[in-house]
Design a protein around this ligand. Structure first.
Ligand SMILES: O=C[C@H](O)[C@H](O)COP(=O)(O)O
Ligand SMILES: C=C(OP(=O)(O)O)C(=O)O
Ligand SMILES: [Mn+2]
Length: 459
């Protein structure tokens, strides 16, 4: 991230604008007085992001919705407090920069980089409890709410964890901002972004990209051309707006406009389980001025999307609303067209992203939650096909990945086999693409972009 503009936002939480609506997937704090103390404390903390940065991202997302750029939104399913180390943050930023470089080089399009980072600490779950060997405990709901170890004390919901989530987000963001503006993201450093990754076909192709960029830089230098854009970039922060006791106190009034902004991240989205137009999460997103997103699963109806557009983007502001579809590879080609057509009929032009992860999860024979790389690629292909056929813009991808060599998703050119899943399965929630699978996906998406008209024929 570039240094934040020196624009003050009013200290203290915005209160009094939150109606009492049903809110799903919320923690059950055992001690309400302690929760209130934490909410008040969060309300006094400085904002993590600035309103003007959110406006910049909104404008960039508007460009992507017109096909002028492509969005890469990627990161952990669930960030954990343990991962807040320099090495881990560097690896997460590194893989994002590598994928973005492959996409830019391969497709000739600017890439808007958005991390699932510095706030992705709350998880919605399908079940409230988990049973192991006859012992039933609350499910893990992200480090912001409870702990992953399967014991009673860890699984208790603890509001003090929201303070730790804020601090973890602040230190993550601090390092990300420093790295991407201070040298690590310099195109001269491309070779270091994937340092240590085992040498595979995807890495070999990445090395070709590195060599091509180096040649272009040498040429530019020789003719006297230089630009700050060769030496730094911007990575925006995003997460699911899930735990309202965290998000509401971090909402602040922008001193320029007098309007509320969520300051826990630049871009926030509502998940598939909390996207009900009349409930608290959509109401929260409707009240803040940030660019916002909504995940849309295979059961989404045309009426759902009409109501979401009316609630979240009544003025049809370019870049304000992103729909992140996560239909499943088997159904996207049938389920997505009616949704896109319903939105087109409203005269709305949201940014469309594909999340090819969450509709393709299954449990392996070994009991691991996993996804097959081929399904991930096939859903992205279906996304391009549907938007190509309807004349709308396939604006970007949203993926869960790790900067490390984990074995959580099956497949890839150097395949992770079903029997390998236990080797390095480290995610506390959903299976992530490893570094090689992430690079391979970026190479394939660059090819799909080259083969498609990213403007959907509108320019
Ligand atoms: O990340 C997304 C959700 O939290 C996750 O897919 C839910 O998983 P579950 O079905 O195991 O609860
Ligand atoms: C919970 C998530 O996804 P969804 O809401 O689409 O299931 C997620 O992105 O981690
Ligand atoms: Mn997930």
């Amino acid at each position: 991230m570039n240094p934040a503009p020196n624009r003050p936002v009013q200290a203290g939480a915005v209160t009094g604008i939150w109606p009492d609506l049903p809110a799903r997937q919320q923690p059950s704090w055992p001690d309400e007085a302690e929760a209130e103390r934490v909410r008040e404390r969060l309300g006094q903390f400085p904002p993590l992001v600035f309103a003007e940065e959110c406006d910049t991202l909104r404008d960039q997302l508007a460009g992507a919705s017109r096909g002028e750029s492509f969005v890469l939104q990627a990161g952990e399913c669930a960030e954990t407090f343990d991962q807040v180390t320099a090495a881990n943050i560097r690896d997460r930023v590194g893989v994002l920069l590598q994928m973005a470089a492959v996409l830019t080089y391969g497709a000739g399009l600017p890439v808007v980089k958005v991390g699932r980072i510095a706030g992705q600490f709350g998880k919605p779950r399908s079940q409230d409890t988990e049973t192991r060997d006859g012992v039933e405990l609350p499910t893990y709901r992200g480090d912001m709410v409870n702990g992953f170890p399967f014991d009673e004390a860890s699984r208790l919901h603890d509001p003090d964890r929201m303070l730790e989530a804020y601090n973890a987000s602040a230190s993550t963001l601090n390092l990300v901002r420093a790295w991407v503006s201070g040298g690590y993201a310099d195109l001269e450093n491309m070779v270091t972004w994937g340092a240590g990754t085992p040498r595979t076909e995807a890495v070999r192709q990445y090395d070709e990209v590195t060599e091509g960029v180096a040649r272009a830089l040498r040429f530019n230098r020789a003719i006297g051309v230089d630009s700050p854009l060769f030496h730094s970039t911007t990575v925006f922060a995003s997460h699911e707006a899930l735990v309202l006791d965290y998000e509401r106190p971090l909402t602040r009034i922008d001193s320029r406009t007098g309007l509320p902004y969520a300051t826990s991240g630049h871009f926030l989205w509502a998940g598939e389980r909390t996207r009900h137009p009349d409930e608290a999460h959509i109401d929260f997103l409707a009240r803040v001025m940030n660019p916002v997103g909504v995940k849309l699963g295979p059961t989404t109806s045309a009426d759902d999307v009409r109501r979401l557009v009316d609630r979240l983007d009544p003025d049809r502001t370019p870049g304000r609303l992103t729909f992140i579809t996560r239909m499943g590879a088997g159904v996207i080609r049938e389920a997505l067209p009616p949704i896109v057509e319903a939105v087109q009929a409203l005269g709305a032009a949201p940014l469309w992203l594909t999340d090819p992860m969450h509709g393709n999860t299954f449990t392996s024979a070994s009991g691991h939650k996993t996804r097959h790389f081929d399904d991930v690629v096939d859903e992205v292909r279906g996304f391009f096909e549907v938007h190509g056929a309807l004349g709308t813009v396939p604006g970007g991808v949203h993926v869960e990945l790790s900067g490390n060599d984990v074995t959580e998703c099956i497949g890839g050119v150097v395949p992770v086999l079903e029997g390998d899943l236990g080797q390095r399965y480290e995610s506390p929630c959903d299976p992530r693409l490893n570094r090689n699978q992430s690079l391979e996906l970026a190479l394939l998406v660059a090819q799909m972009l080259r083969e498609s008209d990213p403007t959907g024929g509108v320019s």
